[in-house]
Every structure is written in structure tokens, then in C-alpha cells.
Design a protein around this ligand. Structure first.
Ligand SMILES: Cc1ncc(COP(=O)(O)O)c(C=O)c1O
Length: 408
């Protein structure tokens, strides 16, 4: 038997049929008309945002929409955050539908000319990632007779310790190396662009508050050094994010209040050149992952060579991350439950597999579950981030999962 991750706090205490946002899981499936489906409980998202605000009252909060770009979810989140971070012109269009351009920033190492045109025309901030991209931005701005809003994305000489995805401290396609950043800032300012500041993103999925505190302090020091070297103060420093969520057994949730306390201290003693600077943190999964539940129905329960397989109608085509094939080295089990029998004693060790004809399509590997029958709903938690939009939905031609965004 292998362990599963702990259910998010909003669901962990339930002992009967699973309720999401006040309605039974079965009800949501009926409402969707079919399974599989994702339900995003927006009260959970709002609670995370409130917790961030309380822990970091002076810091701007940006939502990185790559984590979950569902239009209804964006409509609900937009008024609750200070900015949206996007990574393509498709995401830019979605963000512009719900938030003014001045609060949208666009990062990504391969922005095409048509994407630069879209961002400059709208008035979104481009986090420029190279000297070449800056030159293309100036040229397009001239051609359009528009002043581009530009920040410089720096590839920091810092890494976020313990993060699931490190994006700093090494050669990287993301941003311009710190040693060349000041020169690029000077070029941006000399070209007459609307200088917005720095974007410094060192990694994702960190649960260790100490590592985040350390990285933030180093990021503030780096921003101050680059400001000194370039001779211009940044209006905004986006400190990155990296707040992780506990997916797996043994993971301990991030102590966000500790991060907030240390950040307030670091900012209180920041170098004078950053005195007028605003600071932002951009978060994806920490805001939305725990709000999402993926519900999939049992089609078959079968035995093979002494093992029991629970075959469900959804799989890695909708929820790739839960199958262990989205950025994890070792496959581990997401939190999972039989929706009708929350908190009941385990009866059997089973593997929950999807309908795709690949052994990769495994949502639960040798896990202890209460009795499972054909027709039951299986709930996979932590499905609010990098689920529907980060899975190979066209693979093998099954229909997409429904997505329901609850009202708050
Ligand atoms: C630049 C940038 N911002 C934000 C994010 C969102 O990360 P997370 O969902 O872990 O908060 C990522 C993740 O890859 C990123 O690369």
C-alpha cells in the first residue's frame, strides 16, 4: 500500500458524502450533465486571498493565470487581486476581458511579434526577457507610435531552495542574466519606454518558508543593486512567488504568515533607492489548487493477478498532474477519496486507473480506499491548478471534462 496526500483543510473533516461549496458531489455531477468534471470552490480561493492579504498587507498580489485560466474563475478572482500575469496572447486576451491593461504583465521567453503588438496596443506591461526581445519591442512601439510599458525580467543569480521547479541560479531561457540586466534597463529607459521595474522569478512549489524568506531577501538586494547600477529606481519589483501547496503524504503546508512577517522586516530596512518602489508577489497554484476537485465515475472494478483496478471515466487526459506526469520525478499519490464514503475505513488496496490505453493513466497507485462500486464517484483533490488546461485533452479523443466555477 502507498500513502496518499492529505485532503485540503476544507474537505478533510468530512465524514459522509462529499460536499463541495455546499452541494453534494453527486449533485454537481448531475448539474454538469456528465462525468468527469472539475468543481472549483471559489470560497476556498477567496479564503486564500484573504489569508495572503492579512499576512502581507503592503504587498500587491498578482494571479498567474497559467495555473487556471477558466474565464468564470478569472471573473471572480480579478476584483480580488491587484494584477494578472499572463504568458501568451491567448492568456492576455482572457486577462484583458476582466482587468485593466495597466494591471496585466506578460512574461515568457518566446514572445512573437504579434504578441508584442497585442501587449503594446493594449497597454499591458511586457516583462522583457532578452536584449533581442527589447529591440523588437522598441521597433514595434515605433511602428505603432505607442510607448511600450516595459519591465526587465532578470534571471537571478539566486535559486529558490527546495522548490519543485527552480528557475534561477543557473543558465536559463527565462529573463536576462543579472550581470547584463542594468545595461538593459538603461537601454529601455533611453528608448523612452514606460519603465515599470523588475520581474524576478526564482522558482515554484516551495513549502519551506525559510527558503522563500531567504530568496525574497536576496531578490530585494538584487533589485537594489540593479537599480544602483542602472541609476533608475524601479516603480515595481515583482518578487516572484513560488508558494507551494501540499500535494503528497508528508508535505507540510507553507507558513505564509512567517513569510509575510519576514518580508515586512526586509522591506522596512530596504535600501533607499527602493524607498518609493511597490512590491508584488505572483501566485498561481497557492491561490487555486486546493479549491478544485476532479470528479470521475467508476466504470469497472476488476482483478488482475491479485491486484484490484478501479477503472474510472477520467484520467491523465484531464488531470495529468495527478498521474505524476507533470513535472514530478517520482510518482506519488494525490489526495483521493470515494465521494460517497468520505472518512470511512479503508477496505482494500486498489489502483485507480483512467480509460486511456497507456499504463501512465493511473490516478491512484496501490491506495487504501473504502469499498468501491461501479457508478461511484471518485474525487481527486488539489485539482484547481494545472488540471484541465495543463493536460493533453485531445489525447485519445475522449470528451473534455466539464468545469464548474461556484459562486461566492
Ligand atoms: C513566471 C511565473 N510566474 C508564476 C508561475 C506560477 O507558479 P505557481 O503556480 O507555482 O505559483 C510560474 C510557474 O511556472 C512562472 O513561471
Amino acid at each position: 500500500m502507498k500513502p496518499i496526500g492529505a485532503l485540503p483543510p476544507e474537505f478533510a473533516a468530512q465524514t459522509d458524502a462529499l460536499v463541495i461549496a455546499g452541494r453534494a458531489a453527486d449533485d454537481w455531477a448531475m448539474h454538469a450533465g456528465d462525468t468527469p468534471l472539475f468543481v472549483y470552490d471559489m470560497a476556498v480561493v477567496a479564503a486564500r486571498i484573504s489569508r495572503f492579504r492579512a499576512a502581507m498587507p503592503a504587498i500587491d498580489l498578482h494571479y498567474a493565470i497559467k495555473a487556471n485560466p477558466h474565464a468564470d474563475l478569472l471573473t471572480t478572482i480579478a476584483p480580488l487581486v491587484d494584477g494578472l500575469d499572463v504568458a501568451s496572447s491567448g492568456e492576455l486576451a482572457k486577462a484583458l476581458a476582466v482587468k485593466p491593461a495597466a494591471s496585466i504583465s506578460f512574461a515568457g521567453p518566446g514572445k512573437r511579434d504579434d504578441e508584442l503588438v497585442a501587449a503594446i496596443s493594449a497597454g499591458a506591461t511586457l516583462n522583457v526577457e532578452s536584449e533581442g526581445e527589447a529591440a523588437r519591442t522598441f521597433a514595434i512601439g515605433d511602428r505603432l507610435s505607442l510607448t511600450p510599458r516595459m519591465a526587465v525580467r532578470v534571471n537571478p543569480d539566486i535559486e529558490l531552495r527546495g522548490s519543485g521547479m527552480r528557475m534561477g541560479g543557473r543558465a536559463s531561457p527565462f529573463g536576462v542574466d543579472a550581470v547584463r540586466a542594468a545595461a538593459l534597463v538603461k537601454a529601455v529607459v533611453a528608448a523612452g519606454a514606460d519603465w515599470r521595474g523588475f520581474h524576478i522569478y526564482a522558482g515554484s512549489q516551495a513549502l519551506d518558508a525559510g527558503a522563500i524568506v531567504e530568496t525574497q531577501a536576496a531578490t530585494i538586494a538584487l533589485a537594489a543593486r540593479l537599480a544602483d547600477e542602472s541609476g533608475v529606481a524601479p516603480p515595481l519589483v515583482n518578487l516572484g512567488g513560488g508558494f507551494g501547496v501540499p500535494y503528497f503524504a508528508g508535505d507540510v503546508a507553507l507558513d505564509v504568515e512567517r513569510v509575510g512577517g519576514a518580508l515586512a522586516e526586509a522591506l522596512a530596512s530596504r535600501p533607499a533607492i527602493l524607498a518609493e518602489t511597490r512590491f508584488a508577489i505572483e501566485l498561481g497554484r497557492w491561490l487555486v489548487a486546493e479549491a478544485g476537485v476532479y470528479l470521475t465515475r467508476v466504470i469497472d472494478v476488476k482483478e488482475s493477478q491479485g491486484e484490484t483496478f478501479v477503472v474510472v471515466d477520467g484520467g491523465l487526459n484531464h488531470q495529468l498532474a495527478a498521474s505524476g506526469n507533470f513535472g514530478t520525478v517520482v510518482r506519488r499519490n494525490y489526495p483521493i477519496a470515494v465521494a460517497a464514503r468520505m472518512g470511512q475505513e479503508a477496505a482494500d488496496t486498489v489502483s485507480v486507473v483512467g480509460p486511456l490505453c497507456t499504463p501512465l493513466d493511473r490516478l491512484g497507485d496501490k491506495i487504501a480506499l473504502p469499498p468501491v462500486e461501479v457508478g461511484d464517484l471518485i474525487a481527486i483533490f488539489m485539482a484547481g491548478a494545472y488540471g484541465a488546461s495543463a493536460s493533453p485533452t485531445a489525447f485519445l479523443g475522449h470528451p473534455p471534462a466539464a468545469e464548474i466555477v461556484t459562486a461566492i
